[in-house]
Write a new protein. Structure first.
Length: 155
């Protein structure tokens, strides 16, 4: 199953950078690449340990109604360098048409350089079911009840 996502390059974007792409036939996520403005293409961005930065992709997109695009970290960057996302997964709503940026954070101990064209995140397209939130006088009972974090045990 596939869903058509329209992409529009922004002014100053390097149109030679690959669009989001599934690297294998059964990959759920499509890799997304950094696409810096012409003045930052050579140096990219150095993400210091503990720092965060909004990394541009160089495009905007149109997601069909009834879907979202989830933005997720790349596991290799997380394992090897501690690079993740501040808000993971991030959500791009179907009615948003602005520039797409990836909010990265460096959880590692060393600075990490993000270069123009680097794969920095992945997109997963997902259907959206809207909740109809209603006030109720009572909630139904469950075996867990009101017990909170860690209440279901450790095994």
């Amino acid at each position: 199953m596939s869903v058509s996502i329209k992409i529009n390059w922004l002014g100053g974007a390097d149109t030679g950078i690959a669009l989001p792409k599934h690297e294998t036939a059964q990959a759920a996520g499509a890799d997304v690449r950094a696409n810096f403005s012409p003045e930052n293409r050579g140096a990219g961005v150095i993400l210091q340990a503990g720092a965060r930065a909004l990394i541009p992709t160089g495009f905007a997109m149109e997601i069909p109604a009834g879907f979202e695009v989830q933005v997720r970290p790349r596991s290799g960057l997380a394992l090897k360098h501690g690079i993740s996302m501040v808000n993971t997964p991030g959500t791009i709503d179907a009615d948003y048409r602005g520039p797409i940026g990836i909010l990265l954070i460096n959880h590692g101990q060393d600075a990490y350089q993000i270069m123009h064209g680097d794969r920095i995140a992945q997109f997963v397209v997902a259907p959206v079911i809207l909740g109809d939130y209603q006030l109720a006088d009572m909630l139904g009972d469950t075996a867990r009840g009101k017990r909170g974090f860690g209440s279901t045990g450790t095994s």
